[in-house]
Design a protein around this ligand. Structure first.
Ligand code: NAD
Length: 502
């Protein structure tokens, strides 16, 4: 298995990262100073690398570097010039497409073909927001006082982004691109378990012309490195992508220094199939919704609500399909589903399946998995109500809980009977039903006869335990800017010595 360590080193060298896992601060690769963090290969289950937690001092240096670079980025570059740099970054990401995809596959355990799609989407994100850079402007407001009143959309300054391990480079691009398009500086802390592709992305961006220090990457732990950056005076907003439990802690820490936060958290999305749906499509869609990415997706269709008239038929189709899904080495071209990304998550997913069995649930799965790796085979649970732990807790693994419903009203009630509000879907041939259900289900994203379609041009986010604020699309531009209202005395304005003109 030492060939996998060699592969890691060779990919890192190709991406200009040297041979150590290091933070990228002020354009320099820097060692941390804290506790040891281990990167484990989730397929081979060997230690790939070990590094020191970034720590508070380096986190502070990153915030200072971002603050300094941001002044020149917002003040010294025209908006169009910022867009040009971002176009160059998009091209550079494409040039490193395969290396980035293989590095992601190795460390995060995602099938390399999925990683290729995600890296391509990162290039697309930089292109998309490059186009916005010189198209974001304020408005003139016809105030009654006679002043010329106009608004400017200003960058916030430095933003601190915290990201999880399930889609590391995708999430990094998703947050960095709108932040810099709007003139901000960035400090980003990827998950300590999957930091390398984020460091590589920013290194590639710097080589393509991004000013050094404008985006800084901290390789380290949340309670030490993350907390230090949240508290730093230069940070004006925190953007957190991760679990509801950590999101609550991050929001509290941000609030203590009166900083706003965007929270992109988990889900327990309802994938609703009516009796009149095209069942073949719905079965394939249901499999993609929960088994792709080994279910480690915030929008995974983890609650499968099926009309009672087709419940047996559809669950049989899905169970039959589970046998054909190719599990294997994430670096293998044929692999459709890789292992769970880390040991802690594997323990959580397998514990939830054991709990479902103990609660009397019927567990349909398959016996064979590869010899090594944190594999959980595609699993379908049934015989449990919507209040079972498996139907209410985010499992974040390839596990769907199937629940039968009698009519549209009951389907909507079950779909909304959760503390999450991230995503959902409906499968039906009745367009009226599709519209009624999509408007009645509480979700930031909803699909009709489809699942998991996501694009950088469309807004994304949730409510309740799925968080608040929006990422992607033009909505993200609002999250990364604040409006300033400017009042100019036009000469026609009534003059008064004190007070205000109403
Ligand atoms: P997590 O909450 O454990 O960790 C997320 C990040 O928070 C990591 O970088 C971690 O180091 C950091 N962190 C931990 N403690 C911290 C602290 N005290 N202060 C600051 N930072 C801290 O989540 P995870 O296990 O990495 O990821 C899985 C979760 O992410 C799931 O719940 C999933 O649904 C969610 N997720 C949400 C979206 C979305 O857009 N809604 C996208 C992907 C993943």
């Amino acid at each position: 298995m030492s060939d996998r360590k060699d592969l890691l080193l060779s990919l890192m060298r190709d991406l200009g990262l040297g041979t150590e896992v290091q933070s990228l601060v002020g354009g320099q690769l820097r060692d941390g100073a804290g506790d040891a963090v281990v990167l484990e290969d989730p397929y081979a289950q060997i230690e790939l690398a070990r590094y020191a937690d970034c720590g508070a001092a380096l986190a502070a240096a990153a915030c200072d570097a971002a603050a300094e670079a941001q002044k020149a980025w917002a003040g010294g570059y025209s908006a169009a010039a910022r867009g040009d740099v971002m176009q160059d970054i998009a091209r550079a990401v494409q040039d490193h497409h395969e290396t980035l995809a293989r590095l992601e596959a190795l460390v995060a355990g995602k099938p390399v073909r999925d990683c290729r799609v995600e890296v391509a989407k990162v290039a697309e994100m930089f292109r998309y927001y490059a186009g916005w850079a010189d198209k974001l402007h304020g408005e003139v407001i016809p105030v009654p006082s006679g002043h010329l009143n106009y608004t400017l959309r200003e960058p916030l300054g430095v933003v601190f982004q915290i990201t999880p391990w399930n889609a590391p480079i995708f999430t990094a691009g998703w947050q960095i691109a709108p932040a810099i398009a709007t003139g901000n500086g960035v400090v980003i802390k990827p998950s300590e378990l999957t930091p390398l592709t984020t460091v590589a992305l920013v290194k590639i961006a710097e080589d393509a012309g991004l000013p050094k220090g404008l985006v800084n990457v901290l390789c380290g732990l949340g309670p030490t490195t993350g907390q230090a950056a949240i508290e730093h005076d230069a940070v004006r907003k925190v953007i957190f992508v991760g679990s509801p439990e950590t999101g609550r802690r991050v929001a509290v820490a941000a609030a203590q220094s009166l900083k706003p936060a965007v929270l992109e958290l988990g889900g327990k999305s309802a994938n609703i199939v009516f009796g009149d749906a095209n069942l073949k499509h719905a079965a394939l869609g249901a499999q993609a919704a929960i088994f792709s990415g080994a279910g480690q997706s915030c929008v995974a269709g983890s609650r499968l609500l099926v009309h009672q008239s087709v419940h047996a038929e559809l669950t049989d189709m899905i169970a039959a399909g589970m046998d054909g899904i190719r599990l294997g080495d994430p670096l293998d071209e044929a692999t459709e589903v890789g292992p769970i990304s880390n040991g802690r998550q594997f323990a959580h997913v397998t514990g939830m399946i054991r709990g479902a069995r103990d609660e009397g649930g019927i567990v349909r799965t398959r016996d064979t998995t590869p010899d090594t790796g944190y594999f959980v085979p595609p699993t379908l649970l049934s015989g449990l109500g919507n209040h079972a732990a498996a139907a209410q807790t985010e499992i974040f693994g390839p596990v769907a809980t199937a629940i039968a419903f009698a009519d549209e009203e009951e389907a909507i009630a079950i779909a909304n009977d959760t503390m999450f509000g991230l995503a959902g879907a409906v499968w039906t041939s009745d367009v009226g039903c599709a519209h009624r259900v999509s408007s009645a289900v509480r979700a930031g994203t909803f699909w009709i006869n489809s699942y998991k379609a996501i694009h950088v041009s469309s807004p994304f986010g949730g409510s309740l335990n799925s968080g608040f604020g929006r990422s992607s699309g033009s909505d993200a531009l609002m999250e990364y800017t604040s409006p300033k209202s400017v009042w100019l005395d036009s000469g026609k304005t009534p003059k008064i010595a004190f007070g205000y003109v109403s």
